[in-house]
Ligand binder design. Structure first.
Ligand SMILES: [Zn+2]
Length: 441
């Protein structure tokens, strides 16, 4: 049988061994950032920290945080790449961009070694899902400056898989290729996986029966770590679905393994994670907090204590797979920036998805935060499966209203649209609209 780990010396390392690797890389990275990045020279000088002060992981707390807003401001003030850039421009191999909802996207540069680190750690995740060189892989992400397509493609190639580059294909062409070629693995966003299945179904094609897909992996959105969404994808493809969380600025930093225990492992030799409470103190195992990463490998744009705005829960149990890497319970639990307050209650859109996706009659949905008669209100619009009768649609709305009221602790209005009435997403889905003029956050 195949080895379970791609790099057992790291993935199953004794904690002191891993810590030594991390501390060595941390020290080098802080030295490099201070010496070569004007951005970090300024920040560390302002915090009165010298690289020589940072030897151990505990010393990390002396360093100031870095935020995405700071990086965007740096690039706006010093176009095009900002003062963060810590290597000669000629040493850069690739540029990727974050998917900005407002303003110019953040441009991120990598050297050849940086780029290798990004896709090689990603390959370690694909291996953990059970993907091997005998697999044929379709990367069904959009071809462009988004890192998701390229890193998935290169990672599969790194394992020696036969890669089908479907980045420029439309949905119909992708469905045709999945039926024609012996493609066993599909990588895409979870929203797109559901869209692909829906489009196939409309043509009378059952992807679970008419393709050879055995593994799907999903990135760009946390859907594959939401049990109901994952179950829907697995049923549509007759395959096992895996979550692969990542950040353009840091790494494809985590993966669920073939033990499928609900834990997400972290490539902590590439990026050192801190999980911090509201007062920026480390949480205890079992507790939730904001994920903060320090890149231990990227030299072009080295990030120290980067606030991800992702909420995670530090695991307090080992994974049966035997990996010693730090793990989170259930992937990214919420984006702190997505948090909404409705009549004094905190609501995360992910929680609504968890409840809505548990119902087979829902093909797509949209969440609207609005104000009705001066009061905050939540409307969930459901795009029903075409097979449902009017009465079944009405029944589904009532069942969902009950489920959401119990699950969120607040009354929610649910209504249906015409089948196919809501937008579908082939990249990052935008299912949430906030129509309130004054948002309390
Ligand atoms: Zn595991």
């Amino acid at each position: 049988m195949d080895a379970r780990y791609l790099e057992p010396e790291i993935e199953t390392a004794a904690r002191p061994t891993l810590r030594a690797v991390q501390e060595q890389r941390l020290h080098e990275q802080v030295e490099h950032a201070y010496r070569s990045s004007p951005f970090y020279r300024r920040k560390l000088d302002a915090a009165s920290v010298k690289p020589g002060d940072v030897h151990s992981l505990d010393d990390l707390r002396r360093l100031p945080f870095t935020t995405k807003d700071e990086l965007k401001q740096d690039q706006a003030d010093h176009p095009l790449w900002g003062t963060l850039l810590a290597v000669p421009f000629a040493d850069c191999l690739r540029v990727h961009m974050t998917s900005a909802t407002t303003g110019r996207p953040l441009a991120f540069l990598d050297t050849r070694d940086d780029w290798y680190g990004f896709y090689h750690s990603y390959a370690r995740s694909l291996w953990a899902f059970g993907i091997r060189s005998s697999d044929m892989v379709m990367a069904a992400f959009s071809y462009g400056p988004w890192i998701g397509y390229w890193s998935g493609f290169y990672a599969a190639q790194d394992l020696g898989c036969l890669v089908f580059p479907a980045g420029g294909f439309g949905t119909d062409q992708r469905i045709d290729a999945l039926r024609t070629y012996p493609i066993t693995v599909l990588g895409c966003t979870p929203s797109y996986a559901l869209f692909l299945a829906e489009q196939a179904q409309k043509k009378g094609i059952d992807l679970a029966k008419e393709t050879k897909i055995r593994i799907t992996w999903h990135t760009g959105e946390p859907g594959a770590s939401i049990p109901a969404t994952k179950a829907k994808i697995e049923a549509a493809f007759g395959a096992k679905a895996y979550d692969l969380p990542g950040l353009t600025e840091i790494a494809a930093w985590g993966f669920e393994c073939d033990a499928r225990s609900g834990l997400t492992h972290v490539h902590e030799d590439y990026c050192y994670p801190e999980v911090l409470d509201e007062d920026d103190r480390p949480v205890k195992p079992g507790e939730k907090g904001e994920l903060v990463f320090t890149s231990l490998y990227r030299k072009a744009m080295p990030l120290l204590r980067y606030r991800t705005r992702d909420l995670v829960q530090l695991a307090d149990r080992p994974c049966p797979c035997g990996r010693t890497l730090v793990a989170f319970e259930g992937g990214v639990l919420a984006r702190l920036d997505d948090m909404k307050k409705v009549r004094g209650i905190i609501v995360y859109p992910r929680r609504i998805e968890e409840i809505v996706r548990g119902h087979a009659g829902v093909d797509e949905f949209q969440i609207v935060f609005r104000r009705v008669d001066g009061l905050d209100d939540i409307l969930v619009r459901i795009d029903p499966a075409p097979a449902l009768s009017n009465a079944e649609c009405q029944g589904l709305c009532r069942v969902l209203e009950d489920g959401l009221r119990v699950g969120l602790g607040i009354r929610v209005t649910v209504e249906t649209t015409e089948p196919g009435g809501l937008p579908r997403w082939d990249h990052k889905a935008r299912r949430v609209r906030d129509e309130r003029s004054e948002v309390p956050f």
